[in-house]
Design a binder for this molecule. Sequence first.
Ligand SMILES: [Zn+2]
Length: 243
Amino acid sequence: MLEELQQHDAKVLELEVEAKAIPARLAQLSEDVARVSAVLEREKVQLTETERYRSEQDTQLKHEEQQLAKAKQKATQVKNQKEFMSLQREIETTRRLIGEREEEVLKLSEAVEAFRAKIVSHEADVAKLREGFEAERTAADVRLAALSAAIAEHRKARDLVAVKVRADVRRKYDAIKLKKGRAVVAVKGGVCQGCNMRIPPQLYNTLQRGNSLELCPTCARMIYWDRIMDEQKLEAGEAKPAE
Ligand SMILES: [Zn+2]
């Protein structure tokens, strides 16, 4: 009965550990979505800023082109050499400015394209992560419901066994379980399966008779002879003894 109690306790613990890990896993996925989304948002801001700067440069360029056209127009109408030279210098300067500006606009256009490509790729990443998160959340809800049902079932089965165990034995079991995790262990070939230590031959003989509740002298767990169940089953005609 104690062994059965322990099996239910172990199962409840195992299922609880699994259930507790689920929200942590979901939180991790949600964090991934948030992180990539934040990167995406930053890139969108950078794109907007770069586009705005390019538009400013474009306006400047148009202004300089108008200036150039005006200066060229004036140059056809000048009366003296000095004025002509001055206009010629203005035309040269404006041409150089236009050349630099065009280069700048080209660079900005390339940057805009690079940001757009990055944004498309990261939008796909975010969509994929979101999809994965949603799928995982749906699966988690189903699994959590199943776990909670299984836990309730094992608790119920445990309680049904527990009421059959003597109260003082149950208290002892609970106390050892609290300290050691596993309270009941088999002794196999004279060796305690809880601490792997050999128990004294005298105690091993006592165990094989199976009339008393004994504790391992080393690890203080409740011990039983591993074949005692087989002997009992044999007596009850339920099963053949194990090797
Ligand atoms: Zn032991």
